[in-house]
Design a binder for this molecule. Structure first.
Ligand code: PLP
Length: 456
């Protein structure tokens, strides 16, 4: 399979380029030039497989010129061997809705599912190439922990993680900053998540710098992450054993997870609507409901992993709804940069065929946590609560809500709602007593570059 950049589709790339670089040199995101579309017969064959084998079948559609199917299959098995659920994810009920629990990996959020996979993909790549790679990644809280767990201790790889200082939960921070391996570097930026993300983007676009350190990215724009996330949409659909299209409510920040749902739909999975659920940082809700893609100041909320204004992966959708036209996409991205983009009616009509959206404010989120605890005896993490709340608000009464984090990661939110919180699983409780290690830096790209160079 060949790939192009959303901003210049005249050049083609291999899966290796796409995976190792993450972001194209022109600042665009990689997208495949064609997609496998599974027929109903092929879907019924996939349905009989377990999670790891479904993963292999789906990911192999994208990566076969990089890794053989047999190697891929072992790599996937290894990636999910540490999960607390044998089938990686689990489906449970919350009232009439289904919850797709994605948080049974080592750092308790859905990001483990893609990250454990790509950690092993790097290792596979480096055993064949005599190289050293430096991963630099910005996190709104969960990506960093998942990436660190996936990369720690691996040879020829360093990882630098930028998090917004004091804007992530203490549990999220400790899962990153208590890791002792000497290839792990935590940086707290005096700014918000968008600032962190901008610094990383600027480091990438400084090609002298990024090439000189063999910089690689594992943010949610990395195509290898998206394809690993598409798998659980397939798995959930098969497990529900229905013969009609189903809808998914997806707590959304950077538009990566919900884009994986869109990809699944393009690949033939019977999905009705993808419900984009946002917190008060509702740019995606404004965009999808009435075309308003103007970013406002980021608000800190109970669901920090969704405290994002500019959703990087939205660029992929813009590219597709504009019939894979990279010139139009580049123009739109310029407008977005100047913060003056409105989605036109014809694009909006296309988007609304697949997507609906809604947002939940802080009180609504707390209300959902309280109501579900009282009615169903379930503690929802605040991100999942937004997904549940939005499904209710839009009257999607039998959809699947992606449950993106374990509630124990956000104890202050649940304390606030119900005076109760879940404890960390036993094997992770050690983080509470352990010394934390991170470097506080200004919101300044040069300062971060210098720090990175000083560690190599
Ligand atoms: C990252 C994250 C999200 C948002 O996912 P995107 O792919 O950025 O849209 C939602 N919930 C949790 C718990 C997360 O960690």
């Amino acid at each position: 399979m060949r790939y192009v950049s959303t901003r210049d589709n005249s050049k083609e790339y291999s899966f290796e380029d796409v995976f190792i670089k993450g972001l194209a040199d022109d600042g665009g995101l990689y997208v495949p030039t064609s997609l496998k579309k599974f027929s109903p017969e092929e879907l019924s064959k996939l349905k009989k497989l377990n999670y790891n084998d479904i993963s292999t079948e789906i990911i192999n559609q994208f990566s076969s010129d990089f890794i053989s199917k047999g190697d891929l299959s072992s790599l996937i098995k290894k990636s999910y061997s540490t999960f607390r659920e044998k089938e990686v994810v689990k489906i449970s009920n919350v009232g009439d809705l289904k919850l797709l629990e994605l948080f049974h990996g080592p750092t308790l959020a859905f990001k483990d599912i893609a990250m454990q996979f790509i950690g092993n993909l790097y290792e596979y790549y480096l055993t064949k190439n005599n190289k050293k790679i430096n991963i630099v990644v910005a996190t709104s809280g969960d990506t960093g922990a998942a990436a660190i767990d996936a990369i720690k201790g691996k040879s020829n790889l360093n990882i630098f993680v930028l998090h917004p200082n004091n804007r992530i939960s203490p549990v999220q921070r400790k899962l990153m900053t208590t890791v002792e391996d000497d290839n792990v570097f935590n940086i707290a930026i005096d700014g918000n998540f968008d600032d962190c993300q901008n610094i990383v983007k600027q480091m990438f676009s400084d090609l002298d710098f990024s090439k000189s350190i063999n910089m690689s990215g594992v943010n949610s724009i990395n195509w290898a992450r998206i394809i690993a996330q598409a798998v659980y949409y397939f798995y959930a659909y098969f497990k529900l054993n229905v013969d009609k299209p189903i809808s998914f409510s997806v707590p959304t920040g950077n538009f990566g997870d919900v884009f994986a749902g869109y990809l699944s739909k393009q690949m033939g999975l019977p999905i009705d609507k993808l419900i984009v659920a946002t917190n008060e940082n509702d740019i995606l809700h404004r965009a999808i409901s009435n075309g308003d893609y103007v970013s406002r100041k980021v608000k800190e909320t109970l669901s920090p992993s969704m405290d994002i204004q500019l959703a990087s992966n939205f660029e992929r959708l813009i590219y597709y709804v504009n019939s894979s036209n990279s010139e139009i996409t580049s123009d739109i991205m310029k407008k977005i940069k100047q913060n003056e983009f409105q989605i036109d009616k014809s694009n909006l009509d296309i988007i609304q065929k697949d997507f609906v959206s809604e947002s939940c404010d802080e009180d609504e989120t707390l209300g959902i946590i309280k109501e579900n605890f009282e009615k169903n005896g379930i503690i929802l993490d605040p991100h999942t609560a937004v997904g549940v709340g939005v499904a209710h608000k839009l009257s999607f009464n039998d959809c699947v809500v992606l449950s993106t984090a374990h509630p124990c990661k956000f104890p202050s939110a649940t304390d606030n709602a119900i005076n109760k919180h879940e404890e960390l699983p036993k094997e992770l409780q050690y983080v509470h007593g352990k010394e934390e290690n991170f470097q506080l830096l200004k919101n300044d790209t040069d300062e971060v570059k210098n720090f990175v160079k000083s560690k190599l």
